[in-house]
Design a protein around this ligand. Structure first.
Ligand SMILES: [Zn+2]
Length: 122
């Protein structure tokens, strides 16, 4: 077993984020997300920290000098992954998050012509 330090495992973080975003998008109640692991516990804990930092940054600017190198790089990875996820998904009128290639919504049954998405996931 290879030991990794999640905050500086940038490739591991980059690999874990899409599954977490997908899981969050599929959760009917964001506060009661499926707890099955999408990544190692260490990566999920570090990503939780990064999501919290990003949320704080949306309210008040964070001074870059107040953040560590792993936080700065992790935030950049998180933001790029989220933008990619948004570009590849759209929100159905029922609120379900669907991949752009979806022909129908599994939640409400709405049918879509290809390509369906407009990248409107929030
Ligand atoms: Zn729907």
């Amino acid at each position: 077993m290879k030991a990794v330090f999640a905050p500086t495992d940038y490739e591991g973080l980059q690999a874990a984020i899409p599954a977490l975003l997908d899981r969050a998008a599929r959760a009917k109640d964001r506060h009661r997300m499926d707890c099955r692991a999408a990544a190692s516990l260490a990566h999920e804990l570090w990503l939780g920290h990064l999501f919290a930092l990003d949320e704080m940054a949306s309210v008040t600017p964070l001074a870059p000098e107040a953040l560590s190198e792993p936080e700065l790089r992790g935030l950049a990875i998180l933001r790029r992954a989220r933008e990619k996820f948004r570009a590849e998904h759209f929100q159905c009128r029922c609120g379900a998050i669907l991949p752009n290639y979806a022909g129908f919504c599994g939640q409400c049954g709405e049918k879509y012509r290809q390509p369906a998405g407009s990248g409107t996931v929030r």
